[in-house]
Design a protein around this ligand. Sequence first.
Ligand SMILES: Cc1cc2nc3c(=O)[nH]c(=O)nc-3n(C[C@H](O)[C@H](O)[C@H](O)COP(=O)(O)O)c2cc1C
Length: 184
Amino acid sequence: MGLLSVGINEIIAVTKDNAAPIGIILREGQCPKMILFKGSKTEENIRKYGWVTANFVSKASLYARYAFGDVRGDELTAEGDMQRLTEADAWIGFTAEVVNETEQTYLVDLTPVSETVLTPGIRRVNRGFDAVIDATVHATRYVFNHSAELRERICYDFELIRKCGGEDELAAKKLLEDATEIHL
Ligand SMILES: Cc1cc2nc3c(=O)[nH]c(=O)nc-3n(C[C@H](O)[C@H](O)[C@H](O)COP(=O)(O)O)c2cc1C
């Protein structure tokens, strides 16, 4: 697959009327996979409808928004039986099957059915953008366990966002401050 690279690809996963940031794991010689924590809407929808789209976006704030908030109907575009983010720069359609289960997670195998680039271009290297993604991952866990270690990492990321980010990254920081109640 051209759009995915080996390793973990942090995309916005759209399932029926839902969006959430999720990692797609790609290893040499294997199909793409997701590991989904039980209890998420993404997990429920994949088991119910059997499809997911991977959306590549260039706005960091979308990771924070969809980790903590719902997607609006007008932010989604129908593509056959599937949906994608209207703002996606590119998207991959997958059929998805739960193939294994642990106490806390489902392992999902993905089969690509389409790959579309809508806005070709480059994403510039920006530590503020990357820090939003990192802070959002930590924040999704922090809101459940209030771990001091995660708090420290989130504060470090907030400082990077402040120094290196642009308007969109600063908007994401505000959203994450409200979600975590960590205000620098
Ligand atoms: C960059 C990023 C990657 C994430 N990857 C995963 C993942 O691979 N599996 C997972 O279960 N949750 C992952 N999460 C957390 C989910 O996005 C989060 O739990 C979300 O609230 C689930 O939303 P849903 O209930 O609408 O599916 C990730 C979060 C971020 C910010």
